[in-house]
Ligand binder design. Structure first.
Ligand code: HEM
Length: 179
């Protein structure tokens, strides 16, 4: 997993819980990298799982809940770091469809060793869009937080339903609600 995800995660932890929590979870996780991440480096994604577990124990929040909150934070950061990925879409659903078709394609060019999930649009009907998330890393909680955070960038209020898509995939049904 790319270092940018780790550096953003540690910034997220420092913002909410303080620098001491960052040191604590790094010490508790016995990480092969030692917790010294650079944004362009690549690290075992299991280091993220270890850090998350350590944070979950100390914050009394579930790992899924933390991952979702991190996804929300990451969406804000992506909007700051990669504004063009957001501005090129006229609507939130167009943006969601562009994750697989454009955004992650460009990300792969930027970071050739990035391991990206697939995120297929299955159906769009009125205010509802159904997508299938597939990844061996099973970070659907991160995906959910990212979708929620990106909806906020587009000033859209949404509901997300998750269900088992079979074959290890997850279905997301995203519904825009009128404000
Ligand atoms: C908007 C700009 C976006 C950028 C620049 C971006 C970039 C990235 C990068 C750099 C990674 C790490 C890949 C690796 O570590 O090897 C990643 C992973 C991921 N991205 Fe995106 N992404 C964006 C939007 C989204 C959105 C909106 C979603 C919502 C579903 C999403 C879902 C994910 C997930 C779930 C992962 C974790 C890896 C996995 O599931 O296998 N991304 N993305």
């Amino acid at each position: 997993m790319k270092g940018i995800i780790f550096t953003e995660f540690l910034t997220f932890v420092a913002n909410f819980w303080g620098e001491d929590m960052v040191d604590d979870i790094i010490d508790a996780s016995a990480l092969p990298s030692g917790g010294a991440y650079t944004s362009v480096g690549t690290y075992d994604h299991r280091e993220m799982v270890s850090l998350l577990k350590a944070l979950s124990t100390r914050s009394q929040c579930s790992a899924d809940d933390l991952m979702q909150r991190f996804g929300f934070h990451l969406a804000d950061r992506f909007a700051m770091l990669f504004p063009d990925f957001f501005h090129r879409s006229d609507s939130f659903f167009e943006f969601l469809a562009s994750i697989d078709d454009y955004i992650h394609v460009e990300v792969q060019k930027l970071y050739p060793d990035a391991e990206l999930p697939s995120f297929d649009v299955l159906q769009t009907e009125g205010p509802q869009m159904m997508m299938r998330y597939r990844s061996s890393r099973k970070m659907e909680a991160l995906a959910e937080g990212l979708i929620l955070g990106c909806a906020r960038q587009f000033r859209r209020a949404i509901l997300i339903e998750k269900s088992d898509g079979g074959d290890g995939s997850t279905l997301f049904t995203v519904t825009e609600i009128q404000a």
